[in-house]
Design a protein around this ligand. Structure first.
Ligand code: ADP
Ligand code: MG
Length: 256
């Protein structure tokens, strides 16, 4: 596999797809999200970076309503997050999520993993769902693995299946929470390349990652978090060459 090197040039389209306003979240005494204001335009790719424990995963989980928030508002495509029921299931399919740990259904085949949500939530007919699943599996380079079970695949293959599964729901935005952190080094690029391609195709993406090469080449914007706050936001060029805050300078000095 080649290095991830294509530079994203598709400009984001005006109109916020995701908007967080004054979002706060506590875990007991821990103020894990503090007055978060963040908007993401349609087609924009935002990379979220920051030290461990800074609230990046909680931020992603709040956007997908896997976590509730204590105050503030989150809207997806102008609509507030629903609290429960069918509306919530619908929202979750509008917001595709890819986790560090793949989270595939272990007792379902790869094909079933990518078909299930389509038939259950989107009410797509099984045959059409399978056709779409096969096309998506081809697109992420695992078409030949369709009839296997997740445990029979490499980590990189499983993560690409997880991406295909999320895409099968036609999400408006894709959230990636450290999608390559659990992978052996030689499998990282095959996953980043799929993500890079999605970015080039104009998918709106929020990506938590420590892969700074990906941030440089795919992101329109870098959001730097520390201690539950957004400390700094900038283009990748600005952020990496001239971080403004001491927290960001310190963080970059440790990872670059
Ligand atoms: P990051 O993804 O940036 O490493 P997280 O959002 O996972 O940070 O966590 C932020 C802080 O919240 C950490 O201190 C973590 O231990 C804490 N935390 C996360 N989830 C929970 C939870 N369900 N209950 C209590 N504390 C949590
Ligand atoms: Mg995390």
């Amino acid at each position: 596999m080649s290095e991830v090197s294509v530079t994203k040039d598709a400009a984001p389209v005006a109109g916020d797809l995701v908007a967080l306003t004054g979002v706060n979240k506590h875990f007991g005494a821990l103020h894990v999200l503090q007055d978060i204001d963040l908007t993401i335009a349609r087609g924009e790719v935002v990379v979220v970076i920051g030290p461990s424990g800074s609230g990046k995963s909680t931020l992603c989980r709040a956007i997908n309503r896997l976590e509730t928030i204590d105050s503030g508002t989150i809207t997806i495509d102008g609509k507030p997050l629903p609290q429960e029921g069918k509306e919530l299931a619908r929202l979750r399919s509008d917001v595709g999520m890819v986790f560090q740990s793949f989270n595939l259904f272990a007792h379902k085949t790869v094909l079933e993993n990518v078909t299930l949500g389509q038939t259950k939530v989107r009410k797509i007919e099984r045959k059409a769902a399978e056709t779409k699943a096969r096309a998506l599996l081809d697109r992420v380079g695992v078409g030949t693995q369709a009839d296997k079970y997740p445990a029979q695949l490499s980590g990189g293959q499983q993560q690409r299946v997880a991406i295909a599964r999320a895409l099968a729901m036609d999400p408006k935005v894709m959230l990636f929470d450290e999608p390559t952190s659990a992978l052996d080094p030689e499998m990282i690029n095959e996953v980043l390349e799929v993500m890079q391609q999605l970015a080039l195709e104009g998918m709106t993406m929020i990506v938590v990652t420590h892969e700074m090469g990906f941030a440089r080449s795919a992101a329109n914007r870098v959001v730097f978090m520390a201690d539950g706050r957004i400390v700094e936001q900038a283009t990748p060029d600005q952020f990496f060459s001239n971080p403004r805050s001491d927290r960001a300078k310190d963080f970059l000095s440790k990872i670059l």
